[in-house]
Design a protein around this ligand. Structure first.
Ligand code: SF4
Ligand code: SF4
Length: 389
């Protein structure tokens, strides 16, 4: 196993982290898998309060003599916090489930923007974190994130975080927080943990034939998953890459790759291969938006790159998943940012280096993503997650 140094505390973290969101259904098998991973160098396990039964199973296995050999990362759901006492209520439940008295890496789960963070501040999160750190119950505090680059940068700057976790893979180099977001976080000294290295498996299972043949004809035989992991581990800014592993075969393959890769090892030839695959995948997308943000801000508040990113994801991730993401990313914040807010003033269009007819495309986005379900879904999520407070 290769290890990366956490720049904050200089401790070693395994380049491969075990994502515990979807464990194998057979708990005995899960135990074997976790122990195998630990024995082969994995020392970072990522779970969350809201992953069904995940903390309990992880805690049960680690209690058999493995707790001190690993770092546990788990998360607090901000929508469940309505008063100061809720911080402890959730955190102490997590300690109990995990059979431990401290959490190595504790995250605010899916922190969407500074509005939600400010709501938590009003409820006393600063004092609460200070107290937990003083007692040694939280070793490192961070946040996980799924939105666009600008808000990510604002969140990085809003608090002295000790790490962050975000979606990143070779297809998302210029989407969501993207490479610029990662470089920004790293430049602030944050260890960057990465999730969705295979885009929920889509970079492996749903690859167009043409893209598959690029990998099959490459100068060296590697699976599409191996290429995707190597692309991430090539980057010095990345500390841990999480993989939701639920079969021994997958665990063995990922550990093998994680044990071989070096930072900055890619050659021109490697980058060219990724260029070709990306070009093929980009052809399947509807709007050639690179997420550069030059068109922003829109006077009506439309989050143009996020609207296009969710719309494009329909081809890769399916309609249901991308609509869910669209509602989460454009509809639940303090101010909505969805496509139908566009009044077609076209002020944004002259700034777009891709010459996208933004207002026309946004009409298509709103037709596809904002059906009759959009408003009720938005209302329900906002209420449930308390994003309107
Ligand atoms: S055309 Fe639409 S998206 Fe562009 S600036 Fe005007 S309102 Fe905003
Ligand atoms: S300027 Fe064009 S390419 Fe850049 S984010 Fe806006 S729409 Fe996308």
């Amino acid at each position: 196993m290769k290890y990366r140094i956490n720049p904050q505390n200089h401790k070693e973290l395994s380049a491969l982290g075990f994502g515990c969101m979807r464990f194998n259904r057979d708990e005995k098998e899960v135990e074997k898998q976790i122990i195998y991973a630990i024995e082969n160098g994995v020392n970072y396990f990522d779970t969350a309060y809201i992953y069904p039964n995940s903390e309990v199973i992880l805690g049960r296995v680690l209690s058999k003599g493995y707790r001190d050999r690993v770092n546990i990362a788990t998360k607090m759901p901000p929508h469940a916090i309505k008063k100061y006492e809720d911080f402890d209520k959730i955190f102490l439940t997590e300690l109990e489930r995990l059979q431990t008295d401290y959490i190595d890496y504790y995250l605010i789960h899916m922190l969407p923007d500074t509005t939600v963070w400010n709501r938590l501040i009003k409820l006393g999160i600063n004092e609460w974190i200070e107290d937990k750190k003083k007692k040694g119950q939280i070793r490192n505090i961070g946040f996980s994130y799924h939105g666009g680059r600008d808000e990510f940068i604002q969140l990085v700057d809003i608090y002295p975080w000790e790490f962050c976790l975000l979606q990143y893979n070779y297809l998302d180099e210029n989407r969501q927080a993207g490479k610029e977001g990662i470089k920004y976080a790293a430049s602030k000294g944050l260890p960057v943990m990465v999730m969705e290295p295979l885009r929920g498996g889509k970079l492996v299972t749903n690859l167009p034939k043409e893209a598959e043949s690029v990998w099959n004809n490459a100068y060296v035989k590697r699976s599409p998953a191996e290429w995707a992991f190597r692309w991430l581990w090539n980057q010095p800014e990345i500390t841990v890459v999480l993989s939701g592993m639920n079969s021994m075969e997958m665990i063995k393959e990922n550990i093998k790759v994680a044990s071989e890769t070096e930072v900055n090892a890619f050659t021109e030839e490697d980058f060219k291969l990724f260029g070709k695959v990306r070009e093929i995948l980009d052809k399947t997308i509807k709007v050639p938006c690179t997420g550069c943000n030059y068109c922003m801000p829109c006077p009506k508040g439309v989050d143009i790159p996020t609207c296009f990113s969710c719309y494009n994801d329909m081809e890769i991730e399916g309609k249901l998943a991308s609509i869910g993401k669209y509602v989460m990313q454009t509809g639940i914040k303090n101010q909505p940012h969805n496509a139908s807010l566009c009044v077609k003033c076209k002020k944004c269009e002259s700034h777009c280096p891709q010459h996208i007819k933004i207002s026309e495309e946004l009409t298509q986005v709103s037709k596809s993503m904002e059906g009759f379900y959009y408003k009720p879904l938005r209302f329900f999520i906002k209420r449930f997650m308390k994003f309107d407070q």
